[in-house]
Design a protein around this ligand. Structure first.
Ligand code: DGL
Length: 266
C-alpha cells in the first residue's frame, strides 16, 4: 500500500534546502515538508543541550503534521540529537547527516582531507569516531566554516565578503595539500561555486553528502513500505517560526536551486 504522507526535513535554517533539492529532483512523487528554524539559527556554536531541545521541538512539529520519515538535514543537529531521536521515536525512520569522511579518505591521493563543518559537529562524538576510523587512510584536517552559515542565511553567497570568508578557511587546507574538501554542513553547498573558484585549477574534489542521503532515504522508504503512489502529485511546504518573510525566502531559495540546476543540465 502506498503512503502519500510527506517526508519531513529539519534544519536550523536554510542549509537543509541543499538536501531538499536532492530529494525533490529524484523522488518525484514524494511530498516534502521542510522546517527551517531560522529564528534560532545558527546552531553551530550553541551548547549541545540547546541544540537537542530545538531539534526535538522541530521534529515533533513535523511528526504532528504526519511525516512518515524524517531527514535531520543538519549535521549539527544530527551530531547532537540523532541517537536521542531514534530512542524517543522508535517507530519513525530517521536519516541523519554526517560529513562524508569515508569516500574522501578512501579516494584521496595526497592523503590529506579537509573537513569543513560547524564547531558543534566537529566536536561531536559521531565525527570523532568516524574520523578516527579512517585515520590510517588519511590525515584529516578539521576547519570551522566561520561566517559561512550567516552568509547563506542572508543570501550573500555572491559577494566579495563570501569569497573572503571562504578563502580564509579553504586556503590553509589547500596549503596543507588537501585534495578532498568535505562539506560537513548543509549550508555549505550553497557556497560550492565560491569554494570551486578558490580551488581554481588544482586537482581537488569537493565532497558532499546529499547523494548518499538521498540513497538512504530510498532504502528506508522501501524497507518500511513507505513509498508514495507513483501518480501522487507532490506538495512542497515550508514551515518556520521565523515569520512569513523567512518562509518566503525558504521557498525562493529552494526553487532557485532547482532552476539553477536545470539551467546547468541544459
Ligand atoms: N546546517 C547546519 C549543519 O548542517 C548547521 C548550521 C548552523 O546552524 O550552525 O550543520
Amino acid at each position: 500500500m502506498a503512503n502519500n504522507n510527506p517526508i519531513g526535513l529539519f534544519d536550523s535554517g536554510m542549509g537543509g534546502l541543499s538536501v531538499w533539492r536532492a530529494l525533490q529532483q529524484t523522488l518525484t512523487s514524494e511530498s516534502l515538508l521542510f522546517l527551517g528554524d531560522g529564528a534560532r539559527c545558527p546552531y553551530g556554536e550553541r551548547p549541545p543541550q540547546q541544540v537537542l531541545q530545538f531539534t526535538v521541538e522541530g521534529v515533533e512539529r513535523l511528526l504532528e503534521r504526519g511525516c512518515k520519515l524524517i531527514v535531520v538535514a543538519c549535521n549539527t543537529a544530527t551530531a547532537v540529537a540523532i541517537n536521542h531521536l531514534r530512542e524517543r521515536y522508535p517507530d519513525v525512520p530517521f536519516v541523519g547527516l554526517e560529513p562524508a569522511v569515508k569516500p574522501a579518505a578512501l579516494s584521496t591521493r595526497t592523503g590529506v582531507v579537509g573537513v569543513l563543518a560547524t564547531r558543534r559537529s566537529l566536536e561531536g562524538e559521531l565525527f570523532v569516531r568516524t574520523s578516527s576510523r579512517y585515520a590510517d587512510r588519511a590525515r584529516i584536517i578539521k576547519a570551522v566554516g566561520e561566517g559561512f552559515v550567516e552568509i547563506v542565511e542572508q543570501n550573500r553567497e555572491n559577494t566579495p565578503e563570501a569569497e573572503q570568508a571562504v578563502r580564509r578557511v579553504v586556503e590553509p587546507l589547500l596549503a596543507e595539500g588537501a585534495d578532498r574538501i568535505v562539506l560537513g554542513c548543509t549550508h555549505y553547498p550553497f557556497l560550492r561555486h565560491v569554494i570551486e573558484r578558490v580551488v581554481g585549477e588544482r586537482d581537488v574534489q569537493i565532497v558532499d553528502s546529499s547523494e548518499a542521503v538521498e540513497r538512504r532515504v530510498e532504502e528506508l522508504l522501501d524497507s518500511h513500505g513507505l513509498r508514495a503512489a507513483a501518480e501522487n502529485v507532490p506538495r512542497y511546504e515550508f514551515l518556520t517560526e521565523a515569520g512569513e518573510a523567512y518562509a518566503e525566502r525558504l521557498r525562493e531559495k529552494a526553487w532557485e536551486g532547482v532552476r539553477q540546476q536545470s539551467k546547468e543540465e541544459k
